[in-house]
Design a protein around this ligand. Structure first.
Ligand SMILES: [Zn+2]
Length: 146
């Protein structure tokens, strides 16, 4: 810790010395040049830190989106049975028991998957023309049979 701080201070001093030396070539006062060098470093560091945090935030968001996308293939939005009723997207594996940790209550929650089946029906066309056509064809069929 102390070594790191000392290294940073030494770097700031060295950089300010170089800046003030270069500015002194154009007749700028040494102390003004050194102060300018220190200010430049703080501005540069602040800019670097801002850009870095923006890049890290962007990267985290991308990873989060990727994770959500992956979960959407094998994930379910479930509600924790605790009193807070937290809704959470959790990954689901069909070949093992599924557990997750609630974000709010920090408890381990099991996910029970109950498969249900239903017969798939075709959606019917309920327009008047379709009903009339159906009626006409059934009447024709009935007349042909009798
Ligand atoms: Zn909970």
């Amino acid at each position: 810790m102390f070594k790191k701080v000392f290294t940073q201070i030494a770097f700031i001093c060295a950089f300010s010395f170089v800046v003030s030396f270069l500015l002194a070539q154009w007749g700028v006062n040494y102390f003004i040049g050194a102060a300018f060098g220190v200010i430049i470093q703080f501005i540069g560091f602040y800019t670097f830190r801002t850009i870095l945090s923006a890049v890290v935030a962007l990267k985290n968001k991308q990873l989060e989106n990727e994770r959500i996308k992956e979960f959407s293939y094998q994930g379910l939005e479930v509600i924790c049975p605790c009193f807070k009723q937290v809704r959470q997207l959790v990954p689901i594996k069909l070949n093992t028991a599924n557990y997750y940790k609630c974000q709010e209550c920090n408890k381990r929650v099991g996910v029970i998957i109950t498969p249900e089946t239903a017969i798939v029906t075709e959606p019917q066309d309920n327009s008047i023309e379709a009903i009339n056509t159906l009626l006409a064809s059934s009447i024709i069929k009935a007349n042909a049979n009798s």
